[in-house]
Design a protein around this ligand. Structure first.
Ligand SMILES: [Zn+2]
Ligand SMILES: [Zn+2]
Length: 321
């Protein structure tokens, strides 16, 4: 069912993506919503802001989920029915190249705004901006949204709804190796603009139990951050036991799927989930990068359960404020 819906959207997406004005429109919409969700009282977890924000573009394009425009499913589908998506970034490619971005930076969805700033910080950085909404259907959208799907999560549904955020992260263009800070909730940004969280749940919750609250494509909204949709583990619309680019961490190092460019699962990852070898971004010169890292629960309630986490340990490099 999901794949049919996405196919139906794809026809529309080509037209939507061919105009620069449509792409530009994403940014003002997202920042307008930020103002609504940024109220300090934290009263947004009901998701009403997100539902409203996603309802507007959906209504404009009929019943199709506008967030899924420019995506198309591959044949790789998870056991839960989540297809790895191809994300067509051709509409924003020229602007990114003109800004000096190369390699894996060009793989980020056009729903992610990448602005190169070489002047205003201590080091040149890429300002990564996105709304942290998934670009596929989820049971965590409001039922009135065209992006809602009826999917039964595995035993621990949450009442939270996805709300539009304004994810902004200054990522060093040339990362260093001075990192000591622990990866946090907002550890990085996925290629589709969704926040990457670490391998911990808010105490006393057990992250391995929280997996039972994930939607079809392994994300869920956060009750403590106004409905921020995010990933803790392998995001199966992006990577599924492969070497795909998952996103970029806040220290400027890219994070990839379980496998290296050679398709081998690396056995030499450090405590931060990284190592130094060639990547799709740097195919000739070895560079530090992260992978999804498998960890096993030592918690009494979930002892022995395993998962591939996206943000383990500390940052390898410095993180900009
Ligand atoms: Zn979470
Ligand atoms: Zn690697």
């Amino acid at each position: 069912m999901m794949r049919k819906a996405v196919f139906a959207v794809f026809g529309l997406s080509i037209a939507a993506c061919s105009s620069a004005s449509d792409v530009a429109a994403i940014t003002p919409d997202a920042s307008a919503s930020l103002d609504a969700t940024a109220t300090p009282d934290g009263s947004a977890p009901d998701g009403s802001a997100g539902a409203d924000a996603s309802a507007a573009p959906d209504g404009a394009s009929g019943n199709a989920c506008s967030l899924a425009a420019s995506t198309s499913p591959t044949s790789k589908v998870s056991a839960d029915g989540c297809a790895v998506l191809t994300r067509d970034a051709s509409a924003c490619n020229a602007a990114r190249v003109a800004a000096g971005l190369t390699g894996d930076w060009l793989k980020f969805s056009c729903r992610v705004t990448l602005t190169v700033d070489k002047l205003t910080g201590p080091v040149p950085f890429v300002l990564v901006s996105a709304d942290s909404q998934p670009d596929y259907l989820s049971n965590y959208f409001a039922t009135s949204s065209a992006c809602y799907e009826n999917y039964q999560v595995k035993g621990m549904p949450t009442p939270n709804k996805i709300a539009v955020q304004s994810v902004k992260s200054k990522v060093p263009l040339t990362p260093d190796a001075k990192g000591v800070a622990k990866k946090t909730n907002n550890a990085g940004v996925a290629v589709n603009g969704v926040w990457l969280f670490n391998d911990a749940a808010a105490p006393p919750d057990d992250i391995y139990k929280a997996i039972n609250s994930f939607d079809r494509c392994t994300g869920h909204p956060d009750p403590q951050n106004g409905g921020t949709y995010h990933y803790h583990i392998e995001p199966t619309s992006i990577s599924n036991d492969d070497a795909n680019l998952v996103g970029v961490m806040r220290d400027g190092y890219f994070v990839y799927g379980r496998r290296d460019l050679s398709l081998v699962v690396p056995s030499d990852l450090d405590a931060n989930g990284g190592h130094t070898t060639v990547t799709s971004h740097s195919p000739n010169t070895p560079v530090y990068h992260y992978h999804l890292k498998q960890e096993t629960s030592t918690n009494p309630g979930t002892l022995g359960q395993m998962a591939w986490f996206v943000g383990v340990g500390n940052f390898h490099g410095s993180v900009l404020p």
